[in-house]
Design a protein around this ligand. Structure first.
Ligand code: ATP
Ligand code: MG
Length: 228
């Protein structure tokens, strides 16, 4: 079925484990409105990244369902799903090639003008201009910092134009300035989209947000605010 551009993301009584008899998530229920901001915080090993992958439809739950706009993710065409729900993983994968090639990796074949527009929207034009050959600069995991790799991932997401954007530890291990730049790019991108941020602590990213509930399962906190 065709997936709508925007929609609610729901988790209904989800159980998931990597090994028989050891559930990482157990009876987790959660509803994320279209356009909502959600922070998922919890200790190492509490299941945050696992939940992120389930929300993106990369893992199927052992029990219960995850739905986007009412569609069970387990029954949705993966290619369509990837265009509506984008997960930026803890380790951003890069290919050996130019920045432009890396930006084009996940979004069909965007042209230079689309890339430049997306970078402008995210406030990243200056950063790209500061690279020796701009968009044609060769990049790799060795030449880009952790923060810059996250910026590449956010720009990729902008080119994909998803309804839901999930960031797993986007600002972990990056310095203060890089974190500010990532957060700025994110707020530009988040307008009119659902944004789910996974973090160890709910401090900076959750500032001013409202704690709604402690879910079952072993996550410490789920913090949210509505977009308007
Ligand atoms: P961190 O804060 O360190 O990123 P996390 O909250 O994201 O941790 P998860 O990565 O979701 O936690 O892991 C939850 C549990 O599942 C942990 O006990 C982990 O060891 C286990 N786990 C995660 N991935 C796998 C896997 N691919 N195979 C087996 N066990 C796994
Ligand atoms: Mg994790």
């Amino acid at each position: 079925p065709e997936l709508p551009g925007r929609g609610e993301l729901t988790v209904e009584d989800v159980g998931f484990g990597y090994r028989e008899g050891r559930n990482v998530l157990d009876g987790l229920t959660l509803a994320v409105d279209s356009g909502e901001r959600l922070v998922i915080a919890g200790e190492t090993g509490s299941g945050k990244s696992t939940l992120g992958k389930l929300l993106a439809g990369l893992y199927a739950p052992d029990r219960g369902t995850v739905r986007f706009a009412g569609h069970d993710l387990a029954t949705v065409d993966p290619v369509r799903l990837r265009s509506r729900i984008v997960l930026v993983p803890q380790e951003v994968p890069l290919v050996d090639g130019t920045l432009a090639e890396n930006l084009a990796m996940t979004a069909g074949s965007p042209d230079r003008a689309a890339m430049e527009r997306a970078l402008g929207l995210l406030g990243l034009t200056e950063w790209v201009d500061s690279l020796p050959y701009g968009l044609d600069t060769a990049v790799s995991s060795r030449t880009l910092s952790a923060g810059e790799r996250q910026l590449v991932a956010v720009a990729r997401a902008a080119l994909t134009d998803p309804a839901v954007l999930i960031l797993d530890e986007a600002t972990a291990g990056v310095d203060h300035r890089a974190a500010a730049r990532i957060e700025e790019a994110l707020s530009a991108l988040a307008a009119d989209r659902t944004l789910i941020v996974i973090a160890h602590r709910a401090d900076t990213l959750a500032r001013g947000r409202r704690l709604l509930r402690m879910p079952e399962g072993r996550l410490t906190a789920i913090v949210r605010e509505t977009a308007d």
